[in-house]
Design a protein around this ligand. Structure first.
Ligand code: CMC
Length: 431
């Protein structure tokens, strides 16, 4: 028998029975859609207790610290799979066969070039523009180059959009960096893997080719896997909400990038490095821990805490291991930031403030150290996150549009403004 919950009112209004849904995993969900016709809305700023959609893509168990993509634990994917396979999995629901994987990779390879005129879009920015600003602008501009004739209700058309975005975003990302550096744009090379190709576009110049080291390419590929999707976080919800009106998908992904940029979300990786740089030495950790605990101080320990994880973020564990591998490969095991990060983690995990609030290191805590060791500057860290998350954004966008029951997203509000009043003409208004 289906479980229900009955809502009763203290003023004697008729009670309302609401169904309780149970997903494959996760906490039960009260379906409140019946409340609207009864004249009530629910109020949940920050969506702390609200499910916004059905989704079969990613599952997080925040209490246990588990993350699954399409049912596969993140650890298995990170160590046994590769990013192309994960993109296919997120977007198609199943791991590809060898033939499907080859066809998918081939399609991604053959969509990586940008329309020649898009170079002009980059050149419209100031050289000093933050690469995330360039990413958002250029991705939004893709709507002017690749959208014509797209039928959002045709699955094949949506697939082409997904392939274009997964394929072209690394080129956009690398070019945002090159533009910043004042170096010529480097074109993709189809014989390289996805991660190698990105490194090639970032680090080679017309005067010197770049030979990606296998350990670094593998680490980057793993970081892409770890960032690929994370259910209904702020940027993914932004992509879904923007897309729910039938909007241009490139513009929707640009909107998702804008949301990601904030320091509480994908911007945290850049903020972590700034924080570690500012600390400069392990001796200053107590001072920062004290500030993080002080309610009068807006400072937070960046890379710590998560809305859903009340346990160690499983991605952080993998990324810390990857950090060791990369620093070993580059002979940087004595990297001062890494030492500070490890000591900070140790001290915070023993501190009652962090223990009682279940604040653990998240995915952004160690990623910046790896990126910087690879030669990727802090201003590019959130760009790296956006690059990897694009596969998740398009999978979620596609899932939403392929649901025949999908509706435009339209939250309501608790109005707290003025009651009706008469217009006062300018000459009658008093200061
Ligand atoms: N440092 C110090 N205190 C913290 C921190 C932190 N990093 N994070 C949360 N708290 C405290 C917060 O002050 C509050 O304390 P109290 O109950 O005494 O008022 C309590 O913990 C709960 O915090 P909250 O802000 O209500 O939690 P939230 O779920 O709204 O916020 C968060 C989650 C990730 C925005 C937050 O933990 C944070 O600001 N972390 C730092 C930024 C960061 O690392 N973001 C990356 C998130 S993972 C990557 C991604 O998915 O984007």
């Amino acid at each position: 028998m289906k479980k229900t919950v009955t809502l009763t009112f203290s003023d004697g209004s008729p009670s309302i029975e609401l169904p309780i849904e149970q997903g494959t995993y996760g906490k039960p969900v009260i379906d409140i859609r019946e409340l609207g016709p009864h004249g009530y809305f629910t109020h949940d700023p920050g969506f702390t207790a609200t499910s916004s959609c059905n989704s079969a893509i990613t599952y997080i168990d925040g209490d246990e610290g588990l993350l699954y993509y399409r049912g596969y634990p993140i650890e298995e994917l990170a160590y046994q799979s590769d990013y192309m396979e994960v993109c296919y999995l997120l977007n198609h629901g199943e791991l590809p066969t060898a033939g499907q994987k080859m066809a998918f990779e081939n399609s991604i390879r053959h969509h990586s070039l940008l329309h020649d005129q898009m170079e002009n879009v980059f050149r419209g920015f100031r050289r000093s523009a933050h690469p995330m600003a360039v990413m958002i602008g250029v991705t939004g501009a893709m709507s002017a180059f690749y959208h014509e004739g797209t039928d959002l209700f045709d699955p094949r058309h949506r697939e082409i959009v997904a392939h274009r975005l997964i394929a072209k975003i690394p080129t956009v990302a690398a070019w945002a960096y090159k533009f910043n550096e004042g170096q010529p744009f480097v074109y993709p090379q189809n014989h390289l893997s996805y991660a190698e190709n990105f490194m090639h576009m970032m680090f080679s110049t017309p005067c010197e080719p770049y030979q990606p080291r296998p350990v670094l390419a593998r680490a980057l590929d793993r970081i892409f896997i770890l960032h690929a999707d994370h259910e209904q976080n702020a940027s993914t919800s932004t992509v879904r909400l923007a897309g729910s009106s039938g909007a241009n998908p490139y513009a929707c992904v640009a909107a998702g990038m804008a949301s990601l940029w904030g320091p509480l979300h994908g911007g945290a990786n850049e903020a972590v490095l700034k924080m570690l740089d500012e600390m400069g030495d392990v001796s200053r950790i107590p001072e920062y821990i004290k500030r993080a605990k002080d309610k009068a101080d807006t400072f937070r320990l960046m890379g710590f805490g998560h809305r859903v994880y009340k346990n160690m973020d499983p991605r952080a564990r993998i990324i810390r291991q990857t950090c060791y591998e990369v620093l070993d490969e580059l002979d940087l095991r004595d990297d001062p930031q890494f030492k500070i990060a490890m000591e900070l983690e140790r001290i915070a995990l023993e501190d009652d403030y962090f223990i009682s609030r279940k604040l653990y290191p998240n995915v952004d805590f160690y990623s910046g150290i790896i990126f910087r060791a690879m030669g990727i500057p802090p201003s590019m860290f959130t760009v790296m996150f956006a690059l990897a998350r694009t596969s998740g954004w398009v999978a979620q966008w596609n899932e939403m549009l392929s649901d025949p029951a999908h509706k435009i997203g339209r939250p309501r509000q608790l109005y707290t403004g003025a009651t009706r009043r008469e217009y006062v003409s300018l000459d009658q208004r008093r200061a």
